[in-house]
Ligand binder design. Structure first.
Ligand code: SF4
Length: 480
């Protein structure tokens, strides 16, 4: 069962609502090949209940033994604590080594989720990437003028899968897993070579990345035998002592791609985990990243500056970003380049009160960051952050979490991230008053927000005119 934001309610398993016989989750390659072989051999779909990475519904008497049982659909849809407990149980069993079968009663039926499929081996991954993809959109899109941004996708290379970053608002851990698997260098180089023979290749490889560009190895040795730690993150709030940091293979691969005939530039546009990067004692990777692989702007995702919010996001504290920012600009300056960091930021994540949003506005001002785009938190099905949004509880501690939910507060938190925009002044002023920070009127926004200024939008001008119109009540007061 999962929380659906659009309906603002808990919905039962997709299996129940769709009437499907079997549901595959994860990346699906193992499941789909095994299922099709078994169906081709005449097995009945209703008897195929043992494929990892699949879910099915059954009579409760047929439930396998030794499962982890979540509170039922009926319980989680009526009781938020039960929903939070169910979320934790599901997350704790997403590991391909120790994950158990998870079950959840739905009325008279039992939903059974088999443990996740095993990750593909490097050979299997290489085989998939050697298939003759067209690297283009379906011809049916031609009549709509094609697909914007196809160039970037067409000339980008995926070298890895999985992410041990494990941010609470992200669903990658649920479908790709936290364990890193990667293609061989040979397979990646062959793909790069193939790109150079495409008729419209202009010499630019737009990305050599994946869910996190600079992960090519598992985060530690122990996970290969015992799986990734339950309820503990490899990088947040601080890097685990067992973390193995190594960029050497990725670096070598990038060097070789740069040398391929016909390749002018190789960019990295997938997210870089800068906290992982800063743990590398060898600075060759950061130097070459900045020198060769940034196309003017490097996008990174600190997401917030408040430790309270970052803890709820499962992200490292802002000091890690500050250290990276300092190093980035030192190296950039040293090589005489003009290029910038573009930080991704998120407003209204669970844990963020108006006070934290004001702190973020001040952080942006102090660091001379003026984000062009900001992302407002919306709950993706199944994530830990979504559980916090719906229940107001952290499923790992069962502590209460503040959740900004009203349209007004979400708009205020969002506007605070772009406090410098004239059209946001009025709402920022209201937010500052509400947050008890009148002292910042005149600091983040001009003290007098009513006079029309250069750069004001039409909306802002109208707002000012309206503010300047004497209100009836005020007149009555004066007459008295
Ligand atoms: S020991 Fe540390 S690095 Fe390894 S899985 Fe656990 S948290 Fe991650």
């Amino acid at each position: 069962a999962h929380y659906d934001y659009w309906d603002d309610k808990v919905r039962p398993s997709v299996l129940l609502e769709s009437g499907a016989d079997l549901l595959m989750y994860g990346m699906g390659e193992h499941q789909i090949t095994e299922l099709s072989e078994r169906l081709a051999n005449g097995e009945n779909i209703h008897n195929i209940h043992d494929i990892r990475g699949t879910c099915y519904l059954t009579e409760p008497v047929n439930t396998p033994i030794g499962c982890a049982e979540c509170p039922s659909f009926e319980q989680v849809s009526q009781n938020k604590e039960a929903y939070a407990r169910a979320t934790k149980i599901q997350y704790d069993h997403q590991d391909e080594i120790y994950g158990k079968t998870v079950i959840q009663r739905h009325g008279k039926l039992m939903l059974v989720q088999n443990p996740p499929a095993y990750s593909l081996t490097q050979e299997e991954l290489d085989k998939i990437y050697s298939l003759p993809y067209t690297r283009n959109y379906h011809p049916s899109y031609e009549k709509f003028g094609g697909v914007p941004g196809i160039e970037e996708v067409k000339f980008s290379i995926t070298h890895n899968r999985g992410c041990f970053g494990y941010c609470n608002f992200c669903s990658i851990a649920l479908h790709q897993g936290r364990r890193i698997t990667c293609r061989s260098e040979k397979s990646v180089l062959e793909e790069a070579e193939r790109l150079t023979h495409m008729p419209d290749f202009k010499g630019y490889i737009h990305d050599v990345g994946g869910p996190t560009a600079n992960f090519r190895n598992p985060s530690c040795e122990k996970q290969l035998k015992s799986g990734l730690c339950k309820g503990k993150k490899c990088l947040a709030p601080t890097p685990c002592k067992a973390l193995k940091v190594d960029h050497s293979e990725y670096l070598d691969m990038l060097r070789k791609i740069r040398k391929i005939k016909g390749v002018k530039r190789v960019f990295i546009r997938s997210g870089i985990r800068y906290d992982y990067l800063m743990e590398d004692k060898n600075d060759e990777f950061i130097r070459e990243l900045i020198k060769y692989h940034v196309s003017g702007q490097l996008k990174v995702a600190p997401e917030h500056c408040s430790a309270v919010v970052l803890d709820k996001m499962g992200k490292p504290h802002i000091e890690a970003y500050k250290a990276f920012q300092k190093r980035f600009y030192e190296i950039t300056k040293g090589i005489g380049k003009e290029q910038y960091l573009v930080p991704y930021l998120m407003s209204s994540h669970p844990g963020s009160t108006l006070r934290e949003a004001v702190d973020l506005a001040l952080f942006l001002r102090d660091n001379k960051i003026r984000p062009e785009q900001v992302q407002d938190f919306y709950p993706t099905p199944g994530t830990i952050s979504t559980c916090m949004f719906y229940t107001g509880l952290d499923p790992y501690t069962m502590e209460k979490v503040y959740v900004p939910k009203t349209a007004e507060e979400k708009a205020m938190q969002r506007a605070l991230l772009q406090y410098f925009r004239p059209q946001n002044r009025e709402i920022v002023r209201k937010a500052l008053i509400k947050a008890g920070r009148r002292d910042l009127i005149g600091v983040l926004i001009p003290a007098d927000t009513n006079s029309v200024r250069k750069g004001d939008s039409d909306w802002q001008k109208n707002q000012r005119k309206q503010n300047q119109k004497p209100k009836k009540k005020a007149n009555r007061n004066r007459q008295k």
